[in-house]
Ligand binder design. Sequence first.
Ligand SMILES: [Zn+2]
Ligand SMILES: [Zn+2]
Length: 153
Amino acid sequence: MDDSGARFDELMAALKARGSRLTPQRVELVRLIAASDGHPSAAQLYARIKRRFPNLSQATVYKTLSLLKDMDQVLEIELRGDSRYDGHRPEPHSHLICLRCERIMDGDSGLEPAAIRKQEQASGYKILRSQVSFYGLCPECRKPSTVKRKGER
Ligand SMILES: [Zn+2]
Ligand SMILES: [Zn+2]
């Protein structure tokens, strides 16, 4: 069983507390963000929601994501100019990113608050956001059959 229903309720409550206008389109968008199936990009979210709400603009998707990010409800994973988003697990956590197919998985080892505090003390920075990414090849892309595709060496 997944807990995206609970995440959806949390995100809706947070947006309501901010006084955000919640149109049916935006509610559907929040539902997709709560699930964040596969750490989608804004364009992927837009493509999914456009099927049901053709009038929704891509700007609304970006605005909603950036609002939720400012509220610490969504993590942004920066990936070669095309950010991906995680609204399912808002607390800082590491990600495993496949360099070949760009599949993103949640990592286990996280960002310990104690380590971040130590970093702050040593540098004098006030750390507001942190991100740990591990780049490599996912299990699917490590399979010999996919590694040696035609025309690829
Ligand atoms: Zn892969
Ligand atoms: Zn994640």
